[in-house]
Design a protein around this ligand. Sequence first.
Ligand code: ADP
Ligand code: MN
Ligand code: MN
Ligand code: MN
Length: 337
Amino acid sequence: MVYRAEYLWIDGSEPTKEIRSKTKVLADGEQPGIWGYDGSSTNQAAGNNSDVVLEPVFQCPDPLRGGNNILVMCETQLTGTLAPHPSNTRRGAREAYERYSNQEPIFGMEQEYTLLDRTTGWPAGFPPNGFPAPQGPYYCGVGAVKIHGRELIERHTSACIDAGLAISGTNAEVMPGQWEFQIGPIDTLSIGDQMWVARYLLYRLAEEFGVEVSLDAKPMKGDWNGAGMHTNFSTKAMREAFEPIINACEALGADGVPERHIAGYGVGIEDRLTGAHETERFDQFSYGFSDRGASIRIPWQVVQNGKGYIEDRRPNANADPYVVAALMTDTICAILA
Ligand code: ADP
Ligand code: MN
Ligand code: MN
Ligand code: MN
């Protein structure tokens, strides 16, 4: 019996990269090997030298096709040298993890997103020609007036579990049609692999519901929080004592560091990090206990326990998890070393 491998990779779309995929039918017992695609159609190559190489790096069961079908996450490489393609951000995460794996860095990312009506582009649950009641009742809400899209969210959670991903929870968010799922806690490299596969599963399932999944950081202007990808982080030392937690916050606030991180935290971050919506302003840095208005929150439970992790509230929903994971690992592990 043949089976199917869905090859996944990250493209070169500007300003925000997207996930792409295509199917390879394999003979029984055949392993998914190196493959390639037309990079001139993904903003990754010129037409006269268009091949980009796919190197399988992470695989898991395909929960949508079932059986022995699989999903295969790939790194992109240049033909000839097989050097990482310039758009290959996974390589940076891999190098950061190789540098600091002895500190056992782990991540939990909270992916927020918005479901949009595919034809109108209006968020699910918004009245056709107007606005719903303001932010307040929707977060973790229940009931047909407040909640839109739950069937898709449930299907997605099941798919992530069946794929063996480390999905740790979901919740309805502060705007109608806005949701969140969390992946983690897992290491610097796995968080990116699993987050991109989880995004793929969400887009793929949303096809069946005829809705568009948007990772736009500010899909609706005005008095809505926008969509982030809060990133929770710890090292072994942070999980054992409080001082490394403070040191990690100080490292993130050191001269020049906030600017460098903000630059890697997703497109349109100025529109989301205004300071008015449960975040610090994009051009200021702060950390605090239980403070959802800070750049970095040290959760209440962590203060209670005197150890644990920190939450970087700045990354956008549209951030690349490989880039965020590499930045945080390098910045924090360098000073804890
Ligand atoms: P919030 O209260 O900010 O909404 P969530 O419950 O949505 O928090 O997400 C918390 C995330 O933190 C989860 O993904 C969880 O796996 C992760 N997490 C828990 N402990 C740690 C840890 N020690 N290091 C890194 N991440 C952690
Ligand atoms: Mn959350
Ligand atoms: Mn949230
Ligand atoms: Mn959070």
